[in-house]
Design a protein around this ligand. Structure first.
Ligand SMILES: Nc1nc2c(c(=O)[nH]1)N[C@H]1C(S)=C(S)[C@@H](COP(=O)(O)O)O[C@H]1N2
Ligand SMILES: [Mo]
Length: 370
């Protein structure tokens, strides 16, 4: 007996869709979008280049056995819904961004000299899609939401998350009932297609304007409670820790901050002596972006970019600006935005140990060649 080699032990890759290097930079079980892949694209990020953030791995869910289980002390008529039940409810469409709370985290280290732990995203941990589904409020009404319910806790069906040897269970995070009754969606379509497996098939939560962790993928269970709920994703993670925050951490993160990105490779190479039409996008979780400015002298001077399609409040604005670099060599391009609430982008932002909500102006490296 004997010389038959053992079957290769291959762990399936945690993301199912292809991740070509011209569209993605891969970080472990997550993949960030390359910004140059958005140049010339419309408002929405096509599903083939939308970033993926997985705590463990994309599960493949069988629709015939999948149920959405609605239970807890906050519901008068707990029940299980099938996919067909959900599809039979009135549908709503929302164009909005999903953005990781850690998007931009790597710049705490590279720009501010103090690295933060976690996935080293540049700016590609965001995407805007057209989500179609059922309002969470409609589903909660169907299950007899009680007037004294306070928290709504959706859980994912992806494998349980083990961190430093501790099993934290399924990815889940409570939403206050006031938010759950607002613009939150249980989405089953993304950009006109059934949700792709990596983005939560068959159903995900979409919470416009809030950090991505609120938008639980592969949801299979929603607990509604008349007493406050918590999970490691609302206590030990996704809060601000460090100087400037209270000793036990700040409140659970909700809205996103203001950011701007150029649709350029990192690093970009551009020829000298002619005009380039630089393009980019800016976004905010707190309001419509009203102004974008660019600088090529490390912020000594700023000039306005041309902002297009300002209509989408929960998404981003597209903008462009001409730039004619005079000399070959290394350059730094910067873009900063302001939203309708007056929130903007500082040159430096306060450090927090987990590197969340980086809102400072990003220094984009460009090499100009003759
Ligand atoms: N069940 C489950 N939901 C999840 C996650 C996860 O790992 N498991 N990751 C969250 C995080 S941190 C983000 S930023 C978004 C990313 O959504 P996307 O992968 O569709 O881009 O999903 C959120 N929902
Ligand atoms: Mo995230």
């Amino acid at each position: 007996m004997g010389d038959i080699p053992p079957l290769a032990q291959s762990t399936p890759f945690p993301i199912i869709k292809p991740l070509p290097p011209d569209l993605f930079a891969v970080h472990g079980a997550s993949a960030e979008m390359r910004w140059e892949a958005m140049r010339g694209q419309g408002h929405l990020v096509p599903n083939d280049r939308f970033f993926v953030r997985n705590h463990t791995a994309t599960p493949l869910i069988d629709l015939t056995t999948w149920r959405l289980r609605l239970h807890g002390s906050g519901l008068r008529s707990p029940r299980d819904l099938t996919y067909a039940d959900l599809l039979a409810l009135p549908a709503t469409t929302v164009d909005c961004a999903i953005e990781c709370a850690g998007n931009g985290r790597s710049f705490f280290g590279t720009q501010q000299g103090r690295p933060a732990a976690g996935t080293p995203w540049r700016l590609g941990g965001i995407g805007v899609a057209r989500w179609r589904g059922v309002r969470l409020s409609a589903v909660l009404a169907l299950a007899g939401l009680r007037g004294d319910a306070v928290d709504v806790l959706p859980s994912g069906l992806d494998p349980e998350y083990v961190d430093g040897g501790v099993n934290l269970g399924h990815v889940r995070r409570p939403l206050p009932v006031a938010k759950a009754l607002g613009d939150v969606l249980l989405a089953y379509e993304m950009n006109g297609e059934p949700l792709p497996p990596d983005h939560g098939f068959p159903v995900r939560v979409v919470v416009p304007g809030w950090t991505g962790i609120a938008s639980v993928k592969w949801v299979g269970d929603i607990e509604v409670s008349t007493t406050p709920l918590s999970s490691p994703w609302s206590t030990g993670m996704y809060r601000m820790f460090g100087p400037g925050s209270p000793p036990g951490g700040g409140p659970p993160l909700t809205t996103q901050v203001v950011k701007s990105a150029f649709e350029l490779p990192w690093e970009a190479v551009l020829p000298a002596g002619r005009a380039h039409l630089l393009s980019g996008r800016s976004w905010s979780g707190t309001g419509r972006v009203t102004r974008v400015e660019v600088s090529d002298d490390r912020g000594a001077s700023w000039r306005p970019a041309r902002v297009r399609d300002t209509g989408h409040s929960a998404a981003w604005v597209l903008w462009d600006a001409e730039w004619t670099p005079a000399r070959p060599g290394p350059h730094t391009l910067m873009a900063r935005a302001t939203d309708e609430t007056g929130a903007g982008q500082p040159l430096r932002t306060a450090y927090n140990t987990m590197g969340y909500l980086f809102d400072a102006i990003v220094e984009h490296p460009v090499t100009v060649v003759s």
